[in-house]
Design a protein around this ligand. Structure first.
Ligand code: FES
Ligand code: FE2
Length: 396
């Protein structure tokens, strides 16, 4: 799991004046919406003696729009993480500068709340995946958006790689009209139009698509025979995937998946689905039902892949040319490891009962003397050395 990316913490409608706890990257966060409508996200562990801030409440304080108050001894924290009140010191007490918790940048987009979990300065951050069909808060006319949430016991990287995997459709998705019985689905990787930018890797390609299994969808597609359709898929940053499907010249399904690792074995997924056909609201339930069936087809495979977390090196899997986009993602993952962004989960797990960590926030680059330890990160050289050692072991 990686620090320094935007992760979805919930739907905008989930975050109100009542604080909520969210677990991401195997750490806990508290989120609430203040009186001006601004959402805040802090590390959830109170720096006094460790209570869960999300179990407290939001109160007016030095910041009238609302601060979170710890349920244990009533310390209050503003949205920027500063402690503003320590009741046991009395009302006029000077609050020590060190009394602060990590606060994370928050943005609301596409009906979701995103938190930037890391310390990277704004200008260096991977942006939240762009949805070209959105203007501001709303999809363009002609497009209909739906949002679905899933939370499963799978590693997020397994899910991202599944999204990039063009060879599984025939065998996993009968909903798309596939039989699972063909031996001739050769993926023409040589015809791929490869995408490889700073944060994205993926591809566009053409492939055979049978008529859709669902009668209404088939009717909307206007197609009752096999066709060659063009589409594209790729990842954006560590945990977001775009999939652009065009069953006919006029019909588009654009899916944007925003994932947040809850921990190493559990993932929260938000699917923003846009369609330019059957755009009436009354069709939402059908579309979402279909998306859910398809998503569960993927999930059922992913629940049982081993190891649970993707292997550190490709020598422990047997890649084929059709896995090229997954290899592209793995290359990006290595680059983030080499920047020192990978959380050292072995160390976190070793200390789980004895140390409360926090994901480092941008303010850690300005202030020192933080009460909680920053999560341990895999040193870049160690990450590279580990890969080399693994490669040597496997070549023996
Ligand atoms: S533990 Fe939070 S105020 Fe004491
Ligand atoms: Fe799939």
């Amino acid at each position: 799991m990686f620090i320094n990316f935007w992760y979805p913490a919930g739907r905008s409608t989930d975050i109100t004046a009542t604080p909520v706890r969210r677990r991401m990257l195997a750490q806990d966060f508290v989120l609430w919406r203040d009186g001006t409508g601004q959402v805040h996200c802090l590390a959830n562990t109170c720096i006094h003696r460790g209570a869960s801030l999300a179990d407290g409440k939001v109160r007016d304080g030095a910041v009238p729009a609302g601060e979170v108050q710890c349920p244990y001894h009533g310390w209050r924290f503003a949205g920027d993480g500063r402690c503003t009140a320590i009741p046991s010191l009395g009302k006029q007490a000077r609050i020590p500068g060190r009394a602060r918790v990590d606060a994370y940048p928050v943005v609301e987009k596409y009906g979701l709340v995103f938190a930037f979990l890391g310390d990277l300065p704004e200008e260096e951050r991977c942006p939240i995946m762009d949805i070209a069909e959105y203007r501001g808060d709303q999809p363009d006319p002609g497009w209909r958006a739906t949002i679905q949430h899933f939370e499963w016991d799978i590693d997020y990287k397994r899910s991202i790689e599944n999204g990039l995997d063009g060879a599984h459709n025939e065998f996993v998705h009968p909903t798309h009209g596939y039989s699972g019985n063909r031996d001739d689905i050769r993926i023409a990787v040589e015809d791929y139009e490869i995408v490889n930018t700073e944060w994205d890797s993926g591809h566009f390609s053409s492939r055979r698509a049978p008529p859709l299994a669902d009668a209404k969808m088939r009717e909307a597609s206007g197609r009752t025979v096999d066709a060659i359709i063009r589409g594209g898929t790729g990842h954006h940053g560590a945990a977001q995937v775009w999939t652009l499907i065009h069953p006919t010249d006029k019909m588009s399904i654009h899916q944007y998946l925003f994932e947040a690792p809850v921990d190493e074995g559990r993932t929260s997924l938000f699917l923003v689905n846009l369609r330019n056909f059957l755009v009436d609201e009354s069709e939402d339930a059908r579309m979402m039902g279909r998306n859910e069936v398809v998503a569960f087809q993927d999930r059922d495979v992913l629940l049982d892949v081993r190891p649970v977390v993707t292997p550190e090196t490709r020598t422990k899997e047997f890649f084929t040319p059709a896995d090229i986009t997954i290899a592209g993602y793995r290359d990006k993952v290595k680059a983030w490891e080499d920047r020192g962004w990978r959380i050292d989960m072995a160390e976190v797990n070793r200390n789980a009962r004895r140390v409360a960590y926090a994901i480092p926030s941008p303010a850690r680059r300005q202030h020192s003397g933080w009460v909680l330890d920053s999560v341990p990160l895999v040193a870049p050289r160690a990450a590279a050395a580990e890969r080399v050692a693994e490669g040597q072991r496997s070549s023996r």
